[in-house]
Design a protein. Sequence first.
Lengths: 371, 371
Amino acid sequence: MSKKLTSAVLLVEGGRQDADLVYASGFSAPDPVVLLVHGRRKTLAVSLLEFGRAKEEARVSEVLTPQLLGLEGADRHRLSQWAVAVVKRARLRAVRVAAHFPVSIADQLRKAGIRIEVSTAPLFPGRRQKSPTEIKQIATTQRAAVAAMRAAMEWIQSAGVDRRGYLRQDGKRLTSERVRRLIEQRLLEADCAADETIVAGGSQGAEPHERGHGPLRSGQPIVIDIFPRHKQSGYCGDITRTIVHGQPVPEVARMLTAVKAAHGAALKAVRPGVAVKTVHTTAQETLLRHGFETTVKNGWGEGFIHSTGHGIGLEIHEAPSINLSSTRLLLGDVITIEPGLYYRRWGGVRIEDTVVVTRQGAKILARCPYP
Amino acid sequence: MSKKLTSAVLLVEGGRQDADLVYASGFSAPDPVVLLVHGRRKTLAVSLLEFGRAKEEARVSEVLTPQLLGLEGADRHRLSQWAVAVVKRARLRAVRVAAHFPVSIADQLRKAGIRIEVSTAPLFPGRRQKSPTEIKQIATTQRAAVAAMRAAMEWIQSAGVDRRGYLRQDGKRLTSERVRRLIEQRLLEADCAADETIVAGGSQGAEPHERGHGPLRSGQPIVIDIFPRHKQSGYCGDITRTIVHGQPVPEVARMLTAVKAAHGAALKAVRPGVAVKTVHTTAQETLLRHGFETTVKNGWGEGFIHSTGHGIGLEIHEAPSINLSSTRLLLGDVITIEPGLYYRRWGGVRIEDTVVVTRQGAKILARCPYP
């Protein structure tokens, strides 16, 4: 289509946290809200319950309630009618919405004669290149993640071993659950939240999103992936280390060497203007050169089965994805570099840092030793 | 419309937690998934990365990947094409979706000739009446919330007071932030997550969703609202108490008496078959009899400005809402009863318990003293 797209952006959130809403208005709420961004004008509609807080906290031109929008009776409780009223009040005939915009509200807007342009690109492209303030906020979260990672690594490495090879601390077996709790306590002390920390030992680590459970053993790889969100700023951090208590078996030692090499090579490939596929294929080829192939059989994948990284900011996963696309890295992109290898027989190995793209290349936001 | 609705339900989740998905499949993932529920048959499509974990954890008839769905090239990365492929594979011409279903995927399904029926009612009505297992899981979370509430109340009530009326503990001023951290540490020890605990003193409490910040004072009402989710089961709990260190001013004392009376009267009105509006108006009328009116001026509401409660389960807010609707309570509904009063001059007062609807009426899931 060559038709010029409308510049008016409409967000409707029914009680879930939305990074675009936080980015555009500085406001988030457990209750439904409607935000219309039209040029420099931002109109926020909230429930009566949120009016005072929105007036105080939201960076918008005006805050309205269903009553102030002139809605009556049951329409006051219909989020779709809030959206229709906000768009009509601005005399707009079309709005741009995100791909995840609710179909029920889109259909009601269409019924009211408003054209809906579903955006395949990010609604606010400015979200991608982080400002110095945003980089500081991500770095703050990342430092909390690194501190928690160091505590977890020290606890595992100083553990004793029983006759059956299980790790012990404080007279008890060391489990994924105990390590995760230590990590989450450290994060809480730094005002960060993380509900899904991964501490996955042995074959559990072969599933990249398995959180991990049960006793940990000496000699097996333990994948620790910490990705907290700061409770005040909302910005995320992300770090992964794979550690082995004692001696790894030769295959795991080779996996660790290969992933460390792929991680280093991918980091070196990062610079403004480079295509993300260059970074991804650098990691792929390094692993291949170390003899690690990727295979898929009957739905089961083994080897390097994910992308090399992802953008990070108000969302843990945001643009750009470091995969086979031709998208180019931009100055101020904050991304993760996290190659990994996964074999059901040996477990998982992943090494991840969060970096900002600078003129000099990738700058690691918070350093953490590679064990 | 008298047209018979299709019974096939389609869920598409792009990386957010979804209670319907957890309820229907026992599975959740940070990555996109498609679930089709067609009679007793459940088909789950996940990325290659999630295949192993989905095979292990999901209660479904089959797990597919984009490859197993026969998708090629870029279509393997298009969630809309996963959805189209899953629906076509089941030879369906219509599917029912939730109100928050993504418009981008709905439009692609329509383009592929599939009718979309947007459900205004819950997709899985069975989610409302909780099974004995679910009630136990909510009670487990609620007990953790009560333990954290007791610790917070004791800490506040045993605090010292400086010359300016500020509370002190451990040689420092007691702040909303310190109380919130104590609560969250207790929740973490019970394997519960809560990122939005409210500890709001004085006029901050007049905003029902203000988290609270800064030093707490003697004599002012402090609203503490704890609503954790259990990290294993996913089930939520919800409790609120309003406490005053020392003597409240007469207006706040009257508010406390009125809200306690409204809470008791609403609890007594709860039984299977009663309309939720009966419970809500019981609370409203009790507050009015105690002399507390609700007013709205220029968008600002004061008095009893929210509903009396909400259903709770895998979501913190789910059906039924205890408002002015004619919906009737059902055996096994788990709801909160939480009347409150909010005046910018005096602050907020709210008292909340989580109860299950039994033949004998409301049964409180975990008891906590009313200070």
